[in-house]
Write a protein that binds this ligand. Sequence first.
Ligand SMILES: NC(=O)C1=CN([C@@H]2O[C@H](COP(=O)(O)OP(=O)(O)OC[C@H]3O[C@@H](n4cnc5c(N)ncnc54)[C@H](O)[C@@H]3O)[C@@H](O)[C@H]2O)C=CC1
Ligand SMILES: O=C([O-])CC(=O)C(=O)O
Length: 342
Amino acid sequence: MFSSKLPAVASRAFTSSSAVKAKVAVLGAAGGIGQPLSLLCKLSPYVTELSCYDVVGTPGVAADISHVPTASKTQGSLPDPEAGAWPTGSEGGLKAALTGASVVVIPAGVPRKPGMTRDDLFNTNASIVQTLVEGCAEHCPDAVLAIISNPVNSTVPIAAEVLKAKGVFDPKKVCGVTTLDVCRANTFMGEHMGVDPSSLSVPVIGGHAGITILPLLSQTGASMTDEEREALTVRIQFGGDEVVQAKAGAGSATLSMAYAGYVFTENVLKALAGEKDIVMPAYVKSSITSAEYFASPCRFGVNGVEEVLGYGELNEYEQGWFDKMLPELEGQIQKGKDFAQK
Ligand SMILES: NC(=O)C1=CN([C@@H]2O[C@H](COP(=O)(O)OP(=O)(O)OC[C@H]3O[C@@H](n4cnc5c(N)ncnc54)[C@H](O)[C@@H]3O)[C@@H](O)[C@H]2O)C=CC1
Ligand SMILES: O=C([O-])CC(=O)C(=O)O
């Protein structure tokens, strides 16, 4: 359904050089996702400047990452421009972190503990995303925003409303990152089919929480019993809970999410640099269903999301989940809009 296979990164270490200059800012860069994501961005030949921003720890994270021998420059800053920054003596603050960024990746905010839903994070993370996106509106209004902070189903509409209020909303440039759902779908289907998961690209549509995550397993052509289909579908929908429970109070997926965030970011950079046929899923403003924001394969280009693609045929089983999903997704979208508009 979508053509961007998820790439390996190991071969990237120690390579360098990219023709196009691209600054990537990671907001929340000292966190569980932010640190490995920043490291992977440092390895990417598509990143020429890496900006690590967080409320704590970023001078240290940036100093550490800056010793990795790739061609990009690394900068680390805290909210207070007068507080220490990396390199020592460089300008700190959100303005310095964002100015000139082509892509801003946002994994800032609190993660889940066992027993919580992603929506339980709303009260804390909604205002974090709102504040950071206000900064983006001011300092890098043309950047593509890749929002990781949960609940993605609501934080993306919040980001859009903030940008609209500032008069700089471009629907091509505001994305929720749902790549981890595809990573999980490929991994679990690879195990089921007995094939290398990196050869698969299972379409996953909808949103990024529980039953709003809908893998379209029928489009893989794999044979499975009704019980296998149900087990695989539910495992993909609740893959995040599997990690939250295994981490037993120490947070949620960080390493697999860092990989997924890197894949998303690098593909956006490739498209911004003019590479053709970059198609990958994203949770974006959409008119292909009644939900105002919806995750489906998108074609990326020099302006961001050039085209929101359809998702093909659903079988009866998938249609059942789809019908259950839409009201829940629409409610979470409205919750984000109401928060931002009040
Ligand atoms: N979209 C997805 O597929 C996934 C989303 N997530 C979400 O990503 C978020 C981050 O998760 P983790 O990295 O595990 O959490 P974490 O707690 O390890 O890191 C979050 C970081 O955000 C920073 N932060 C908090 N407020 C900030 C602000 N105003 N400005 C800048 N930085 C700020 C914290 O200081 C911390 O370093 C959570 O909301 C989590 O639910 C996690 C996994 C997958
Ligand atoms: O489950 C969580 O809270 C984190 C997340 O979004 C995921 O792993 O998909």
